[in-house]
Ligand binder design. Structure first.
Ligand code: ADP
Ligand code: 5GP
Length: 207
């Protein structure tokens, strides 16, 4: 007979998917988790063909690659999922997730809606969290204040945000939708949603 309890324990903690419009606050919230819970969470470093923003580090925020390199890796089957967002390629490599899993950490994936749909066809079994901006007007303000986007890129992101904010209402896609109005409130809700997995890893670490 299969021992499902043992299988579950051996599978390690469930990953967490953070999705939501660009500018909703996903990386801000992910960084807070990584900072507060060192040795509990690990970030799945995606690949992208977009240029690094000031302050971003290759290998930490993303692996910055050319289209040719990325397409070649995708063709070789090295990616769990990949997508084109705002004219650039993004993707989660099998190696990025495995590196986090090998350390028995809760793997955080920051991916767009296409990525969410793709991950749903895998056996990754993450907790799906949608980070929602309070409104499109506030999202636009936050994106503009971040000063990372050209006008064209900003408009593409706002268009994608409108589509996302409709899709996220479909039942069965997300386990929880968190409105990132006040950052501390949103962060508290995120921690609450992940408490079971956090405690699982804390228990393993202390035993
Ligand atoms: P994403 O990773 O989803 O693209 P970011 O984490 O970069 O979004 O957040 C977008 C911008 O909004 C950043 O400049 C960030 O500092 C800011 N921000 C995030 N959450 C809040 C919040 N609750 N209130 C005000 N500004 C916020
Ligand atoms: P940004 O350029 O703002 O860092 O990211 C743009 C969008 O790409 C965000 O919605 C982010 O979640 C998404 N993204 C980042 N990495 C990946 C990835 O590996 N796969 C997919 N599908 N989307 C990603």
């Amino acid at each position: 007979m299969r021992d499902y309890t043992k299988e579950k324990a051996m599978a390690g903690p469930r990953p967490v998917v953070l999705s939501g419009p660009s500018g909703a606050g996903k990386s801000t919230l992910a960084k807070k988790l990584l900072e507060e819970y060192k040795g509990i969470f690990g970030f799945s470093v995606s690949h992208t063909t977009r240029n690094p923003r000031s302050g971003e580090e290759n290998g930490k925020d993303y692996h910055y690659v050319t289209r040719e390199v990325m397409q070649d890796s995708i063709d070789k089957g090295e990616f769990i999922e990949s997508a084109v967002f705002s004219g650039n390629m993004y993707g989660t490599s099998k190696a990025s997730v495995q590196a986090v899993k090998d350390k028995n950490l809760i793997c955080i994936l920051d991916i767009d809606m296409q990525g969410v749909r793709a991950v749903k066809t895998t056996d990754l079994n993450p907790i799906y969290v949608y980070i929602q901006p309070p409104s499109l007007t506030i999202l636009e303000k936050r994106l503009r204040d971040r000063k990372t986007e050209s006008e064209e890129s900003l408009q593409k992101r706002l268009e994608a945000a409108q589509v996302d904010m409709e899709i996220c209402k479909e039942p069965g896609i997300f386990d929880i939708i968190i409105v990132n109005d006040d950052l501390d409130n949103a962060y508290a809700k995120l921690k609450q949603a992940l408490i079971e997995e956090i405690e699982k890893v804390q228990k393993i670490n202390s035993s």
